[in-house]
Write a protein that binds this ligand. Sequence first.
Ligand SMILES: *Cc1c(COP(=O)(O)O)cnc(C)c1O
Length: 451
Amino acid sequence: MKFVSTRGQADKVHFSEAVAEGLAPDGGLYLPEEFPDLSKFINEWQNLNYSELSYEFFKLFASDIDLGILQKIVEDSYSEFSHPEIAPVLSLNSNLKVLELFHGPTLAFKDFALQFLGNLYEEQIRKSGKNLTIIGATSGDTGAAAISGLLGKKGVRVFILYPNGKISPLQERQMTCTGADNIFPLAIEGTFDDAQKSVKEIFSDLDFKLKVGLSAVNSINLARILAQSVYYLFAWLKLDQKERNQTIFVVPTGNFGNVFAGWLLSKMNIQIKGFRVATNQNDVLHRLFQSGEYSLEKVSPSLAPSMDIQVASNFERLLYFFLDGNSEKLRDVMNEFSKKGKFCFEKFSIQGFSSSSVSDEEIPEIIKAVKNKYNYTVDPHTACAFKNLDPSAKFLILATAHPAKFPDVYTQSGLEKPSSPVLDSLLDKKIIKYPVGTSATEIRDFIERNY
Ligand SMILES: *Cc1c(COP(=O)(O)O)cnc(C)c1O
C-alpha cells in the first residue's frame, strides 16, 4: 500500500515514510492511494480485542513494517490504558451510546494515536540509527499525549508549542511536570493557530528539516488518523448487527482529525449512517456545513479549549474527496483560502455529514442535564456532542476526555468536582517550561540550541 499527497505534487510513499515526513514535501497531507474492503473481514474481526483489531487493521496499511514488529508496537501502545477494554462502549439508553476514549495515560482520546506514533518513531530510530526532532503545536491535549508517547525515548527530542495561559492548568502540568530531559514544552504568546502556523513554516524550511531530522505530531500525521479509525471500527463491531448502519457517530471536533478518521471507514465499505461534527463556539466547520462558506474568524477561548481552533488542518483531506481527488483544484482552493482567509463553495455537502455548535453558556447546562438524566458525567468537549439529539434516532457519542481534566467548569456551576489520581499526582511536581516568541525564527533558534 502506498500513500499520495492531497496536493498531487509529491512522490507516492510507503507507510513508514509518510509517518516520518508528517507533511508531504509539496505541503499536502498523505492519504491512502486505495482503500481496502473491510466488509469481508467483519465476521473474522468481530470478537478481537482492541490491540488484535488494531494489528489486523494496520497490516493492511503498514505493509513496509515487519509483522512481528508491528504486533509489538500495537501491543505496547495500548498496554498503559487503565480500562481492560481500552475503548469501552456504554449505553445511556437504548438509542444513545458513549464510546469512552479517555482511559489512556493522559486521559484524552489523543493517547490512542500518540502512544502508537511514539512507538513507530522509536522503531524508525532503531532502524535508521538517526535521531529525530519532533515538533508539534497543541491546544492542550495533543501536547500532553505526544509527550507521554515519547517520554524518555532514546534519540528523540520533543518540542511542543502551546499558547501560554490558554490551556487548562492541569493540561499544562501534564506537559511540564514530566521531569524528562528530552521534553521541551514551549509556552508561546499567541493562539493555537499562531503556533500551528509557525510549525508549518518551520516545516517548509527543508534544510532545517533535514539538519535536525524533523517530524510532526500534529493531527496531520497519517499514523494518527489511521490509529483513530480503529476505535470507530471497534465500537461499530460492538453494536448489534441491525444497529450498525443506523447509528450516527457524534464527534466533538476541532482540527477535524478525529471525525475524518471515522469517515474514512465509509471509504472501506463499512456501513455507517453518518457523522455529526460537534463544534463549540468556534464553529468554522458548522458554518461550512450550513452555508458552504469556509471562513476564518478570531479564535474565541472556550470551556472546551481543545476545540478552540479555526483552521482545521485535516479539512484538506476531506476537501480532496469533495473535489474527487482533483489536486489542482485543491491547490487553488487552499491558495485562495490562505490569501483571503475564506473560500465560498456553492454548497458543501458530503453524504453522511451533519453538524452542530454549542456556546459556552450551553456547556455547563448540558453537563448538568446529562448528569441528571443519565447519572453520567461528561467533560466540556464531550458535552458539545449532546446538542439537539433526536431521541428516536440512534447515536454513538465519542467521549473525548476525562472530566477531571477540566475541573473549573464543574466548580463554577456548582457541580461535584470530578477527580483522577493520575492528575492529582501532578500537583506537587515542578513545572518546567520555556517561554519563546511566536515567530518561526525564534522557535527555530530555540530548537537549534537544544536538539
Ligand atoms: C483534540 C480534542 C478534540 C478535537 O479533536 P480533533 O481531532 O482536533 O477534531 C476534542 N476533544 C478533546 C478532549 C480533544 O483533546
